[in-house]
Write a protein that binds this ligand. Structure first.
Ligand SMILES: C[S@@+](CC[C@H](N)C(=O)[O-])C[C@H]1O[C@@H](n2cnc3c(N)ncnc32)[C@H](O)[C@@H]1O
Length: 249
């Protein structure tokens, strides 16, 4: 199934501000590790919210995503903001180009879309190849707890309900091989008619030990592991998300 196709039209109008909010916490994180990144690759940049916010701060940004539809909105957002960003249409597990970066980010559980350990390791290796020496990779992932408990508890969830849009997320009570399923159903008003969108997304949760084993294979050193980027506090047994900050060695 083609993901982030019809859903891209809902996403770009929806309350998906997660990565934009992280922008205000990053100076503290960078300060703690005495870093000032100049070149950024935003992996799985989606509709460009984080990429554009960082470009507005004067950082040279490249955005990569596997959805042409999300990239279309990302390009529109960058144009509207008057910033120049290179957008690349590619899958993160096949990432391959010549540019090098000081920082790679991957936000809003995008890495959970990798459903096998093999793909996760391959992606860490790809990120390592495009980083300068001592370059950083910061990302968040949904935990197994987040996907198996929080997703189920919050289902069904109406995300948008306006005169022109309706969007609901349903997480059926199936959690096999640490993979959760999310059924996204939406309606978008086009003229006098409503156009229906249905997408089925799958996210895999990985144990922290599996994530660590995977990035060590790609020669990354762990600088931090937190349940919140704002507070930089350690993850707990029932944390729904985890943030990692890694340095290429
Ligand atoms: C939840 S959205 C997050 C978008 C953006 N990072 C944000 O914070 O708004 C997940 C994004 O990951 C992208 N994605 C999923 N699997 C991917 C893959 N294998 N390679 C590249 N992008 C992928 C989707 O197209 C989508 O734009």
């Amino acid at each position: 199934m083609n993901l982030y196709k019809g859903f891209a039209d809902l996403y770009t109008k929806g309350p998906y501000h997660f990565s934009e909010r992280l922008v205000e916490y990053l100076p503290k994180v960078f300060g703690r590790f005495h870093i000032r990144p100049k070149k950024l690759l935003d992996l799985c940049c989606g509709d460009g919210r984080f990429a554009v916010a960082m470009a507005k701060k004067g950082i040279e940004v490249t955005g990569l995503d596997s959805s042409r539809h999300m990239l279309k909105y990302a390009k529109m957002r960058a144009k509207k903001a008057g910033v120049k960003i290179d957008f690349i249409h590619q899958k993160m597990q096949n990432l391959s180009f010549n540019k090098k970066f000081d920082l790679v980010t991957c936000w809003f559980d995008s890495l959970n879309y990798l459903l096998t350990k093999k793909e996760l390791i391959k992606t860490f290796r790809n990120v390592s190849k495009v980083l300068n020496k001592n370059g950083l990779f910061i990302f968040d992932m949904n935990t197994i707890y987040g996907l198996s408990v929080n997703w189920q508890d919050n289902s069904p969830c109406v995300i948008q309900d306006t005169d022109k849009l309706f969007e609901v997320h349903i997480c059926p009570p199936i959690f096999k091989r640490n993979i959760a399923t999310l059924r996204i159903i939406g309606f978008i008003k086009q003229g006098r008619h409503w156009c229906k969108v249905v997408e089925v997304h799958k996210e895999r949760g990985y144990r922290l030990s599996e994530i660590r084993k995977s990035f060590k294979k790609a020669h990354f050193k762990e600088l931090g592991c937190w349940e919140s980027l704002k507070k930089m506090t350690k993850p707990k047994r029932d944390s729904g998300k985890v943030f990692f900050m890694l340095r290429k060695i």
